[in-house]
Design a protein around this ligand. Structure first.
Ligand code: CA
Length: 382
């Protein structure tokens, strides 16, 4: 027994020493790894990139204005907080129509608006926003993403240090708000209407007087008689704007903007400075918002229309065929003249036209044929 104890004692001491060494080593390693993770966390905090997003819309405005807010939230979530986007409404940092220059010059890293506001600088921008009697929302998105539209758009904005991305769509708009009935093209003569982009040019050719102004000014301008009529978006947005309080007649269809593509414009230097995963997140979030906004309009427009007509007594009217045909003729001339005036517009028009003829041909026997079929009813007595 005594012999055994004598032999065991050094072994026990050795084991205890080994345990002590292991414990110490573990503590040191644990401490080192905690230090590393603290410093990594600090590194991440230092790596948070903050972007300013300026828009042409009133802050938090339903539909149009919510698009950039939703974009900022998605980017924050997808990047785990590494890219933070702060949204500013029109007029907060720059005026609504100052967005293009602000992002071009790097005053803000990203903007949200509509390309046709910048036709004075980029004549071809109308093809990437809305062509009267042109694409519906689906068709426009298809041209952008699978028909070469986006590449041409980026080429058109490249001289301004901007990368455009499709950033929302309202679907077919309404023709607008009037304080008198439109029974013939004569009723448009001398009428002062807020109608931007090529739609405005067409309206002027048809005898009206087109003006452009930001959405936030429409209500007062219509109320005070600065304008006689206005188009804005559709029932969901127009109800929120209160336009039914200052105009009596609500006309359809929105020939001037059948599927307007809104835009995110990103300062090229700011975009290039992002790591590849954040660049993909920005592009992915913009693409998601492009569809999401259309879904919101589709879901909310009919209820708003019903409220406008049934609660507020708005008089809903369809533009007469001869007015539509006259506007269409003027649109054809305006588009062709625009294309002839600028090489980039000519290039965009060529691509647009080819895609337009093809998609129209297919949609005649698909979307259009189906919608007509859906409305067919058996004749009475059958
Ligand atoms: Ca509009």
């Amino acid at each position: 027994m005594a012999l055994n104890e004598q032999r065991l004692t050094p072994l026990v001491i050795l084991l205890l020493l080994a345990l002590l060494v292991l414990t110490l080593a573990g503590w040191v390693l644990d401490r080192a790894s905690r230090d590393a993770s603290v410093s990594e966390g600090r590194q991440q905090a230092e790596d948070v990139i903050e972007w300013k997003l300026v828009t042409t819309w009133p802050k938090n405005f339903p539909g149009l204005g919510r698009g950039p807010e939703n974009f900022a939230r998605r980017v924050d979530e997808m990047s785990g907080g590494r890219l933070r986007v702060q949204v500013y409404g029109g007029g907060e940092i720059v005026p609504p129509f100052g967005v293009f220059d602000a992002v071009s010059q790097g005053v803000a890293e990203i903007g949200h608006g509509a390309g046709y506001y910048w036709t004075g600088k980029v004549p071809s921008a109308v093809f990437f926003t809305a062509v009267p009697f042109g694409f519906t929302a689906d068709e426009a998105s298809a041209w952008m993403h699978y028909g070469g539209g986006l590449e041409l758009w980026r080429k058109a904005y490249a001289p301004f240090n901007l990368i455009p991305m499709a950033g929302g769509n309202s679907g077919v708009q309404m023709a607008g708000w009037f304080n008198k009935e439109i029974n013939s093209i004569e009723d448009l003569q001398g009428l002062k209407m807020r109608i931007p982009g090529l739609g405005g040019e067409v309206f002027s050719r048809a005898g009206g007087v087109a003006v452009t102004m930001p959405g936030g000014e429409l209500y007062t301008s219509l109320q005070t008689g600065v304008i006689d009529a206005t188009e804005w978006v559709g029932p969901y947005n127009d109800l929120a704007m209160g336009l039914h309080e200052v105009a009596e007649y609500y006309y359809y269809p929105g020939w001037q903007e059948p599927g307007p593509v809104l835009e995110f414009i990103v300062n090229k230097d700011a975009f290039n400075a992002l790591p590849a995963d954040l660049q993909a997140i920005v592009e992915g979030a913009a693409r998601a918002i492009n569809q999401d906004m259309l879904d919101e309009y589709t879901a909310r427009n009919n209820r708003a229309l019903t409220e406008l007509v049934e609660v507020h007594g708005v008089k809903l009217r369809r533009l007469p065929d001869d007015v539509i045909i006259a506007l269409k003729q003027a649109a054809r001339e305006a588009v062709e003249e625009l294309a002839a005036s600028d090489p980039m517009a000519a290039e965009a028009y060529a691509s647009f036209s080819e895609f337009y003829e093809g998609v129209k041909n297919y949609h005649r026997i698909s979307e259009q044929a189906y919608i007509n079929a859906r409305d067919l009813e058996p004749a009475p007595g059958q």
